[in-house]
Design a protein around this ligand. Structure first.
Ligand code: FES
Length: 108
């Protein structure tokens, strides 16, 4: 079964059935609060994922992500959780430092 591991959240692991859901929806449905200042519309980058493993398991970059990539605001190892869909396989990610919530305790 595919899974998403959030490294700096004590390796929180989400086991999931294959679906076409965006990564942020999977994370939210698992009960984890993940920043999404623009309402998941691809207009802010606060939902950024730092991808440690599994980049090839994600859908292609969307037009919104390409805008940020071309502006240098989305690095090669980063994706927007509100845009990327986990196609298959596993994903290992981190919460970006600037997008951590004050009410959540992170492991790193
Ligand atoms: S929530 Fe704003 S870009 Fe994803």
């Amino acid at each position: 079964m595919p899974k998403i591991v959030i490294e700096n959240l004590f390796n929180h692991t989400i086991d999931l059935a294959p679906s076409a859901s965006k990564v942020i929806e999977i994370i939210h449905e698992s009960g984890i609060d993940w920043m999404h200042a623009c309402g998941k519309k691809g207009r802010c980058t606060t939902c950024k994922l730092i991808v440690k493993e599994g980049m090839d398991n994600l859908s292609e970059l969307t037009d919104r992500e390409l805008v940020y990539r071309n502006q240098g605001r989305l690095k090669a190892n980063e994706r927007l959780a509100c845009q990327a869909v986990l196609k298959s396989g596993d994903l290992r990610v981190r919460v970006a430092e600037q997008n951590k919530f004050p009410h959540i305790i992170y492991s790193e």
